[in-house]
Design a protein around this ligand. Structure first.
Ligand code: CDP
Length: 205
């Protein structure tokens, strides 16, 4: 089964998706790490981003490897996040990465997180969750994680959210059949528990 977790930056997707995958014994797929890896390659080697996406072999696991190079930390900077949101508007980049994601998920059980998992990558997912939280709380969480100024994070985040929601191809939105969960003021354990329960119900276990 596939559990799709979509939502805006800082909604807690990564932490929650990782924990849900662990509790269910499913494999975790961080689709954002793929867009970030393509963005880093484009910053380093130039456009066209679609060409960078095609030539990049991305391995996701404990570490993120792009053509064998460990980019785990480098792809987390705000510069790469902003560039990721830009390359993600390119339909050819999306086509390439969606193809890679679908190939990975064609076998086995997955918890996949991103912006378009429930709408485009895995429209048949057994459970779709759309995670959100207030913009201020999302920025605070991210600032704490990275040890940087929350006001700056909020500005960057607002820009990226707008870009992700307004783009023509696969904009960020909840699938019609997604369960919407607002995590504002809730603990990770609480949210993970709720999604785990929903997933077990859907999987019939
Ligand atoms: O961690 P955070 O939620 O801030 O970002 P991410 O999930 O790593 O994604 C980085 C950027 O990649 C997003 O701002 C999106 O523009 C893009 N993305 C996308 O378009 N589709 C996905 N399935 C995942 C990420």
């Amino acid at each position: 089964m596939v559990v799709a977790i979509d939502g805006p930056a800082g909604a807690g997707k990564s932490t929650v998706a990782r924990a849900v995958a662990r509790s269910l014994g499913y494999t975790y797929l961080d689709s954002g790490a793929m867009y970030r890896s393509v963005a880093l390659a484009t910053l380093e080697h130039g456009e066209p981003a679609a060409e960078r996406a095609r030539e990049l072999d991305i391995e996701l696991g404990m570490r993120v490897l792009a053509n064998g190079r460990d980019v785990t930390e480098e792809i987390r900077t705000s510069r790469v996040a902003e560039a990721a949101s830009k390359v993600a508007t390119d339909p050819d980049v999306r086509k390439e990465l969606v193809r890679k994601q679908q190939a990975l998920m064609s076998k086995g059980d997955w918890v996949a997180e991103g912006r378009d998992i429930g709408t485009v990558v895995a429209p048949e997912a057994g459970l779709k969750v759309f995670l959100s939280a207030s913009p201020e709380e999302r920025a605070e969480r991210r600032a704490r994680e990275l040890g940087i100024d929350p006001h700056q994070v909020l500005r960057d985040q607002t820009l990226r959210d707008e870009q992700d929601r307004a783009r023509e191809h696969s904009p960020l939105r909840a699938a019609a059949d997604a369960v919407e969960i607002d995590t504002t003021g809730r603990t990770i354990e609480d949210v993970v528990g709720q999604i785990g329960t929903l997933a077990r119900e859907r999987a019939g276990k």
